[in-house]
Design a protein around this ligand. Structure first.
Ligand SMILES: [Zn+2]
Length: 224
């Protein structure tokens, strides 16, 4: 099988591409899937929701096999070796990239306070960073104290967005991808990101609450 090139690694803003069908099969439910290259579809993973999009105008669902191959169901049964026209929904892609990038910033801002990152979700409407509560020195019980902490993080977040720092990525020989937000962080990551922090709009910390054994910092963000 031809190697699948994951184009979303290199360009968040590549919304359409002609691609070759490099593999085909059936899922457990008997639904046919195809894999294409270059592949512009980000599958669900790393706390980020999968892209939506089309193959030759037909809506597809994006999944990933255990070996990492990104597969598309709903495209019918185009033959291996044939060319297809692929497209991701641009609005969804941009929203996911904005939420994901803002998540990196909030992880950094929490760690800046000494909080230890425990988990995260970048799903629209439920985006949050989780931290280990025992690493949090601040008082988060009283509403007023919480507001102070949220306000402090928001101030730092606004300052980071205002730097318009570029977001770049590189792939090493072993296929490990490193995402660098200039002046902020360098992390192994497979998600999609905005081109620079100036593309973020309405990046906002909603609250910071200890719930079910984690400090949950909820946030929202969109793309310009
Ligand atoms: Zn990332």
């Amino acid at each position: 099988m031809e190697q699948q090139l994951n184009a979303y690694y290199f360009d968040t803003y590549l919304f359409e591409a002609d691609a070759t069908v490099i593999a085909a099969g059936h899922d457990d439910g008997g639904e046919p899937w195809i894999a294409v290259s270059p592949n512009i579809f980000h599958p669900r993973g790393g706390g980020q929701m999968e892209d939506s999009g089309t193959v030759d105008g037909r809506e597809v669902a994006v999944g990933r096999l255990d070996d990492g191959l990104v597969v598309l169901t709903g495209a019918g049964k185009p033959a291996v070796g044939s060319m297809v026209r692929t497209a991701v929904d641009a609005d969804t892609r941009l929203l996911h990239a904005a939420l994901h990038t803002a998540g990196h910033l909030l992880g950094f801002l929490g760690e800046e306070r000494g909080w230890r990152h425990r988990g995260h979700s970048h799903f629209p409407g439920q985006a949050r960073l989780d931290f280990h509560p025992e690493s949090v020195a601040e008082d988060l019980v009283a509403a007023q104290a919480r507001e102070l902490v949220v306000g402090g993080i928001q101030e730092r977040l606004d300052a980071l967005v205002a730097t318009k720092a570029p977001v770049t990525s590189s792939l090493d020989e072993d296929g490990v991808r490193t995402v660098v937000i200039a002046g902020v962080s360098a992390e192994a990551c497979g998600g999609t990101h905005v081109r620079d922090l100036g593309a973020l709009r309405g990046a906002r910390v909603l609250d910071a609450k200890v719930k079910r054994g984690a400090l949950k910092v909820r946030y929202e963000a969109t793309h310009d």
